[in-house]
Design a binder for this molecule. Structure first.
Ligand SMILES: [Zn+2]
Length: 221
C-alpha cells in the first residue's frame, strides 16, 4: 500500500477491482500477464470467459506464493463461456484453495451461475473474504450472498437507470459494500459520487466506509 509519509493519513478512495491504473488505492487485475509497477497492489485469477487462453492456475499459485498478488481473481463462473460449468467449477475450486492457502481475498466474476457459486461456498466454507465484483443480479440472490457474509462490489452499472444494482444499493449494508471501476472509462471519483448520490449519503461518509472495509479485508497488505 502506498502511504504518504507527511502529516496525517488521508482517507483514500478504494477501487477494489480495475483493469486500469488508478489513484489512491486500487487493486489492479494483472491476469493478462502485464507487469505491475513497484508497490502496486494486484490480483490475478482465471476469468471464466478466458479459460484455456489465460495463465495456468499453477501460475496464479506461484504469484500468490511470491506475494506478487494480494487477492485471487477475478475468478468464478460465466454461463456465456465456451467452457462448461463442470470445468469452471473445478478450476474455481482450485482458486478458492489458493485463496485459502495464501490467505488472499477472492474477487469473483459471476454471470448467471449464482447457485453454482453458492454451492462451492457451502462446500468449501472459505475463511477469506469473497467479493462479488460488478454485481447486477436480483434481490433474492443479493440477500443470499449478504447472509453468507459476502461483499458486493458496485461498478459502472450504477450509471444505467434500469440496472438491478441501482435499485438494490440501499439494501446492501455499507459494511459489505465495495466500489470499482473494472474496465470502464469512469474514474473512481465518478463512481463514488454516483453511489453516494443514489444512497443519499455524504460522499465523505461513503469514502470512509469503503476505506474501513478495505482495511478490514486487506489488513495484511
Ligand atoms: Zn474485471
Amino acid at each position: 500500500m502506498r502511504m504518504k509519509s507527511e502529516g496525517q493519513e488521508r482517507v483514500k478512495y478504494v477501487d477494489v477491482h480495475t483493469h486500469k491504473r488508478g489513484k489512491d488505492i486500487y487493486l489492479l487485475d494483472i491476469s493478462d500477464g502485464r507487469l505491475a509497477e513497484e508497490g502496486e497492489l494486484c490480483s490475478a485469477g482465471i476469468h471464466p470467459m478466458f479459460i484455456g487462453t489465460s495463465e495456468p492456475v499453477k501460475r496464479i499459485e506461484e504469484w500468490a506464493e511470491w506475494k506478487r498478488i494480494v487477492a485471487v481473481g477475478e475468478a468464478g463462473f460465466d454461463r456465456n463461456s465456451e467452457t462448461g460449468i463442470a470445468a469452471q467449477t473445478e478450476l474455481f475450486e482450485e482458486e478458492v484453495r489458493i485463496s485459502e492457502t495464501y490467505k488472499l481475498p477472492l474477487i469473483i466474476h459471476c454471470v448467471k451461475a449464482f447457485p453454482e457459486l453458492l454451492a462451492v461456498y457451502k462446500k468449501m466454507r472459505p475463511r477469506q473474504a469473497w467479493i462479488i465484483h460488478g454485481y447486477n443480479n436480483n434481490r433474492q440472490i443479493l440477500d443470499e450472498l449478504l447472509k453468507h457474509g459476502l461483499y458486493i462490489s458496485a461498478g459502472k452499472k450504477v450509471f444505467v437507470e434500469t440496472s438491478n444494482i441501482r435499485q438494490l444499493l440501499p439494501f446492501i449494508p455499507l459494511e459489505q459494500l465495495f466500489i470499482e471501476t473494472d474496465d470502464s472509462d469512469y474514474t473512481i471519483e465518478e463512481v463514488y459520487a454516483k453511489v453516494a448520490d443514489l444512497l443519499r449519503i455524504p460522499l465523505d461518509m461513503l469514502i470512509r466506509y469503503m476505506y474501513r472495509n478495505w482495511l478490514s479485508v486487506f489488513s495484511g497488505v
